[in-house]
Design a protein around this ligand. Structure first.
Ligand code: 13P
Length: 344
């Protein structure tokens, strides 16, 4: 099974391809739809996601896999084709978000810190997700930098849960995306880039220790980390070169070479910033893993706006999505530049 899992993981980070994170929970997708003034219903969520997954050129050439939310994994396109089959027909692998969200971590910093829940019953849910066609999964832990946080208790609890989740996934024949996100946005986010480095290094180091203790096969996971970047509220923002350099440095210090690939989250960066930073990292090169994208907002924001909830805008939404997917594909090869961005 491990060999097969390693093949799936390798396919997820095939050259010039990355993952589309379309697994927004009902609460998050409502926020996204609020921003374009449309109601979030089962049908509008289906219409929106069907638009993305049936953008044939963008999907086929640049997208290796799609992370889905439970509802979407079970939904059918307008013509009755399961959305999972629409994704497969484009040559991409369906994946599933399996965590049940980040909840306040009881203790002195409960107002700030969170622990991701969802381990209870996970073995059974993974069995069902496998039958429904999912071949990889995602679990997101969040670490918040504020005065006095993160605490060791929070990092340890989240890393431990990530390792238990990853071991359960591999048992079920599913590749785990391991996502420990040190937040750059939100209510705090005043930290500078050096503090982000320090906390991310601590977090990733702890995660890999827990993965080792749980005997997770490292050649059959994908790491989904944040980049090393200042918090959104920090007055001193680092240059893209520095973000790329420190991110590569931090990964080299913490991620074993057995891991096939690292697929970043965008975390609140602008579309172009997320693309540029990824491309610069690949220009630095000399690393043992593939460096690619697993973006949610940075792949979807332009498409969501162009679509605006209107059937007549489906083609425009697909064009906007395909453009971002192509730019990020170039970035995954270290070949993006601002001329290509504007040439679209
Ligand atoms: P963003 O790229 O919008 O951060 O989302 C990626 C993701 O899947 C977060 O869990």
């Amino acid at each position: 099974m491990t060999e097969k899992l390693a093949d799936i993981a390798a396919a997820m980070v095939a050259p010039g391809k990355g993952v589309l994170a379309a697994d927004e929970s009902s609460g998050t997708i409502k926020k996204r739809f609020d921003s374009i003034g449309i109601a979030s219903t089962e049908d509008t969520r289906r219409d929106y996601r069907e638009m993305l997954f049936s953008a044939r050129e963008g999907m086929k050439n640049f997208v290796s896999g799609v992370i889905l939310y439970d509802e979407t994994l079970r939904q059918k396109a307008m013509d009755g084709t399961p959305l999972v089959d629409v994704i497969r027909a484009a040559g991409a692998i369906p994946g599933i978000k399996v965590d049940e969200g980040a909840k306040p971590l009881a203790g002195p910093a409960a107002a700030i810190e969170k622990v991701t829940e969802g381990l209870d019953g996970l073995r059974e849910r993974l069995g069902e997700y496998y039958r429904l066609g999912a071949r990889f999964a995602k679990w997101r832990a969040v670490i918040t930098i504020a005065d006095g946080t993160p605490t060791w208790n929070c990092i340890k609890a989240n890393a431990h849960a990530l390792a238990r989740y990853a071991a359960l996934c591999q048992e079920a024949g599913i590749v785990p995306i391991v996502e420990p996100e040190v937040l750059m946005d939100g209510a705090h986010a005043g930290h500078d880039i050096d503090r982000c480095y320090e906390v991310t290094e601590w977090t990733q180091h702890t995660v890999f220790r827990e993965l080792y203790e749980a005997r997770v096969a490292l050649d059959a996971i994908i790491l989904k980390p944040n980049m090393i970047i200042a918090g959104q509220k920090c007055a001193k923002q680092a240059k893209p070169d520095q973000v790329a350099e420190l991110t590569v440095k931090c990964l080299k210090a913490t991620v074993p070479a057995a891991v096939p690939g690292i697929a970043f989250l965008s975390g609140g960066q602008s579309d172009e910033q997320a693309t540029q930073n990824l491309s610069l990292m690949n220009e630095i090169g000399g690393v043992p893993w593939k460096l690619t994208f697993s973006y949610g907002r940075a792949l979807q924001a332009a498409a969501l706006k162009a679509w605006g909830g209107k059937t007549e805008n489906v083609a425009a939404g697909q064009r906007a999505f395909t453009h971002r997917a192509r730019m990020n594909s170039l970035a995954a090869l270290g070949e993006w530049n601002v001329q290509q961005e504007k040439a679209a």
